[in-house]
Write a protein that binds this ligand. Structure first.
Ligand SMILES: [Zn+2]
Length: 156
């Protein structure tokens, strides 16, 4: 079941060679999760661990279109962190019950709830940027960048 299935692009008229081949919705999300540009797959979209570039240095896709647009990323991060924590806690409880090491569990929980969100933070931003890109791409007015030799422009 793919909740983003409805966002898959419908075949439309091709004008010029697309500069970056269009990939499916799941691939776009997967690119986001790997901290890559959802449109072209560019790797260098995070100048630092916590900061997503304003736009892709390769294809120019804007990431921060509106202020507060990353509420979705924060929600993703929260859900993922709590999810991981609950799974770890559940497995640990199942293995150690009835002699549950409460102190160790509390310490591990605290560490986990700090480390996982920090690790996942750029990925949540990447995934959210991918979701926004899928919405953008679903717009009938959206035009993918087409092939054009930038060097001819520089020489003019
Ligand atoms: Zn890009």
């Amino acid at each position: 079941m793919n909740p983003y299935g409805s966002l898959e692009p419908t075949p439309r008229e091709k004008s010029g060679t697309p500069l970056y081949p269009e990939v499916g919705g799941l691939s776009v999300l997967f690119r986001g999760a790997r901290k890559r540009c959802p449109r072209c797959g560019e790797q260098r979209i995070f100048p630092s661990w916590f900061r997503l570039a304003r736009a892709c240095p390769r294809c120019g896709l804007l990431f921060e279109k509106e202020t507060g647009g990353f509420l979705g990323a924060m929600t993703l991060n929260y859900v993922a962190s709590v999810g991981v924590w609950l799974v770890v806690l559940g497995i640990w409880l199942a293995i150690t019950a009835p002699d549950v090491p409460v102190t160790a569990m509390l310490v591990a929980s605290a560490v986990l709830l700090v480390v996982v969100p920090l690790w996942f933070y750029p990925r949540s931003k990447g995934i959210w940027a991918a979701v926004e890109f899928l919405v953008l791409r679903g717009d009938p007015d959206y035009r993918a960048p087409v092939r054009r030799d930038p060097r001819t422009h520089d020489l003019e």
